[in-house]
Design a protein around this ligand. Structure first.
Ligand code: ADP
Ligand code: MG
Length: 232
């Protein structure tokens, strides 16, 4: 099944997997992602929302859009059928104005995850070392402070532990100033699962779980992006 999603994407001549495809692959690999479904119409978005339970999040689903929030393609905390309907319409309108040439699959509908400590796990290919995993805290920590750590795939348990502990923001994970301490063992497992996943799927060129919300009792990726090598 994992191979068949990757194959389909390659056959379509694409390298960028959608958020829905990326999360499906990760979920099959045992990596925790927020439950996400593709809706191809407003009516479908509403019925999936009712199925999942409110509040929900709607995001634009397009193989041509990488950064969804930059184009007004993420609507958080929708609490009612009405809000979902309006968010769908607003989003489609914004897409027509800002990215008229983008192919739109519909929207992804997902549960609104409760707030947690935002972290990132990423993978990129190094010319010398091959796949390398990155770990860091989300938001300004990675974008401005570049507070991240790296290890070469495949990682050992010890690599996973060390790469989490060595970031400067580590005290935030331990529950700095009354914040919720996060489950470090769970994050370690998650890092190892991503390492396994990458090792087993060499067609993957880049991967981004950004952000993952980390809690005292687990963690969940709310956004995911996978890029494949160009087909041979
Ligand atoms: P982008 O393509 O812009 O990276 P994201 O899917 O990461 O879009 O969404 C932008 C932000 O919205 C995230 O960084 C996160 O803070 C929030 N977010 C996204 N999905 C959820 C969700 N399911 N539950 C709660 N917050 C979310
Ligand atoms: Mg994101």
């Amino acid at each position: 099944m994992t191979k068949s999603i990757i194959k389909t994407v390659q056959q379509e001549g694409r390298t960028l997997l959608t958020e829905v495809e990326s999360k499906e692959l990760l979920s099959k690999a045992g990596i925790s992602v927020v439950e996400t479904k593709l809706a191809k119409s407003k009516e479908e978005a509403i019925s999936i929302s009712e199925q999942l339970g409110f509040p929900v999040v709607l995001k634009i689903a397009s193989p041509d859009i990488v950064h969804k929030s930059d184009v007004g393609g993420v609507k958080l905390g929708l609490k009612t059928v009405r809000q979902v309907g309006k968010a769908y319409e607003d989003m489609m309108k914004a897409m027509k104005q800002k990215s008229p040439q983008a192919k739109i699959d519909g929207v992804s509908v997902q549960k609104m995850a409760r707030p947690g400590v935002e972290i990132i796990i990423g993978m990129s290919q190094d010319a010398q070392f091959g796949p390398v995993l990155m770990f860091g805290l989300g938001g300004i920590f990675v974008e401005i402070l570049k507070d991240v750590s790296f290890r070469i795939v495949p990682l050992t348990k010890r690599d996973a532990r060390e790469m989490i502990k060595e970031i400067k923001g580590y005290p935030l994970l331990e529950g700095y100033r009354g914040g919720e301490p996060v489950n470090i063992d769970y994050l370690e497992e998650m890092v190892l699962k991503v390492s396994d996943f990458v090792e087993q799927n060499p067609e993957i060129k880049e991967l981004d779980l950004n952000p993952i919300f980390a809690y005292s009792d687990g963690a969940v990726a709310v956004d995911a992006r996978i890029v494949l090598e160009s087909a041979p």
